[in-house]
Design a protein around this ligand. Structure first.
Ligand SMILES: [Zn+2]
Length: 465
């Protein structure tokens, strides 16, 4: 057996196998899996693989190839000075858009994009559109400036509704597009307008919209108060669910929407929950950064501090939404038992996601997670999620050892201020996976909605039982 990789033409760029430049001396054996990457050089544009590669994978970059007993010949094909009729047009000037085009090479169709810092935060989020693509051509996208920003498997869409994952899981990306215009983002976007439309759509006798706060940017932070209007409120317990304390963590809002939609169906389980609970769902807390395409991490505030939106749950906060959430919860606590406090996140790293309970809630969350997984396994959507439980050991410890001990996260606040006892209560952060579910399946809107439904059903099961 042998593997031969040909660049056609030879001067079109470089081939990288795994983590080294390709040379004939690289050793492999049958059963090995090799990852073939290309680095095209202007004026060459990649046009696809030919040879011993299946039709399904002819456009994959990187190309994952299984070494067999046979002789395998793979050709990386390039075109010089392709006859593109139009210049590509780059656009990030829309709601939630973010990206500065730093470099554009017409021949190789390479674009270098830098996520713009919003309020001087280290920006992770990027979201832009490219027009004038010749359908079927490959673009070479380099997300530059900060390594973390390009450490992801991005999504793209031709209609702004249906999203697909790119092949690559790290910048630079070489991806074939099949339409003249494409919208590309770090993760499935979820905009402020979308959240407002959701609230409007769901309004009913069961769903009362409330303005939790007016943001620093003058926008309404909306909460849905969901309960059965035919049952008196005084005996009901409170379930608090919020998303997007970190603006770039768009998957958290999709899960929140899935939960809200399920709760408002006429399903018996959902109806039973609303007889006994008042559920507050806030799909977006940091509305300003979501509109601006910011991250919400370590941004520079008016008084020149570097502040993370979710490290402001102590005595003071820069953010009206956080102050208002605390005030409402403390008001509710006077007359109701707070049953659950759930803060939805979606981290930047490629792991499978995890749940972070404060130490006091470890037993409850381990038990609750079993209920959640069992319900998810019965889901007809085939949504799965392999996650770990990582116990938050307290301020200044655990996963963020440099955390300023005077600052507080949402769950450290809730754990100490809202819950005299953990038994029969839930308090935790859900870190939803970024691009795979832990079993190798890509995260989709449908899957995230299924997580939302499973969360609702698990809450009903656990808190009623
Ligand atoms: Zn987060």
């Amino acid at each position: 057996m042998s593997l031969q990789i040909i660049m056609e033409p030879e001067s079109a760029g470089q081939l990288v196998l795994g983590n080294e430049y390709y040379h004939p001396g690289i050793a492999y054996k049958p059963g090995d899996s090799v990852l073939i990457k290309i680095v095209p050089e202007s004026p060459y544009q990649f046009t696809g693989w030919t040879g011993d590669v299946s039709d399904d994978h002819m456009a994959d970059v990187p190309l994952k190839l299984a070494i067999t007993e046979e002789n395998q010949v793979i050709t990386a094909n390039f075109k010089k000075n392709p006859e593109h009729s139009k210049e590509l047009v780059f656009d990030s000037a829309f709601e939630n858009g973010n990206g500065i085009l730093r470099y554009y090479d017409r021949d190789s169709r390479r674009l270098v994009v830098e996520p713009q810092q919003i309020n001087l935060a280290n920006n992770i989020w990027w979201h832009f559109k490219i027009h004038n693509i010749t359908p079927g051509e490959f673009l070479h996208l380099d997300i530059d400036n900060w390594e973390i920003a390009g450490d992801c498997q991005p999504v793209f869409s031709y209609d702004g509704k249906n999203w697909q994952r790119m092949t690559g899981v790290k910048s630079p990306y070489i991806q074939r597009f099949e339409a003249a215009s494409v919208e590309i983002a770090r993760n499935i976007p979820y905009t402020f307008s979308h959240s407002l439309a959701l609230v409007d759509e769901l309004v009913s006798p069961y769903v009362q919209p409330q303005i939790l706060a007016i943001s620093e940017g003058g926008r309404q932070v909306k909460t849905m108060r969901i309960t059965d209007p035919q049952v008196a409120d005084d005996q009901k317990r409170i379930i608090w669910v919020m998303a997007r304390l970190h603006a770039f963590e768009s998957h958290s809002s999709i899960l929140a929407e899935g939960l809200a939609r399920w709760l408002t169906t006429d399903n018996d389980e959902a109806r039973a929950i609303l007889k006994r609970f008042i559920v507050y769902i806030t799909p977006i807390m940091d509305v300003d950064n979501v509109v601006l395409g910011g991250s919400g991490k370590e941004q520079l505030t008016w008084d020149r501090q570097r502040v993370d939106f979710n490290r402001q749950w102590g005595d003071t906060s820069h953010w009206a939404a956080v102050r208002a959430a605390k005030q409402l919860l403390e008001e509710l606590q006077k007359t109701h038992d707070i049953a659950a406090f759930i803060d939805l996140h979606d981290p930047w790293f490629s792991g499978d996601g995890h749940w972070d309970p404060p130490a006091k809630f470890e037993t409850q969350i381990r038990e609750f997670s079993q209920t959640f997984i069992k319900i998810l396994e019965q889901s007809v959507t085939n949504a799965r999620w392999k996650f770990e439980i990582i116990v938050w050991k307290g301020k200044g410890q655990g996963i963020e050892p440099t955390l300023d001990p005077t600052l507080q996260t949402s769950t450290s606040y809730a754990s100490s201020r809202l819950f005299p006892e953990a038994e029969g209560h839930l308090c935790f952060v859900m870190e939803i996976p970024h691009w795979t579910d832990g079993y190798g399946n890509p995260i989709t809107i449908r899957g995230l909605s299924a997580y939302g439904e499973a969360l609702g059903r698990a809450l009903g099961d656990y808190l009623n039982g």
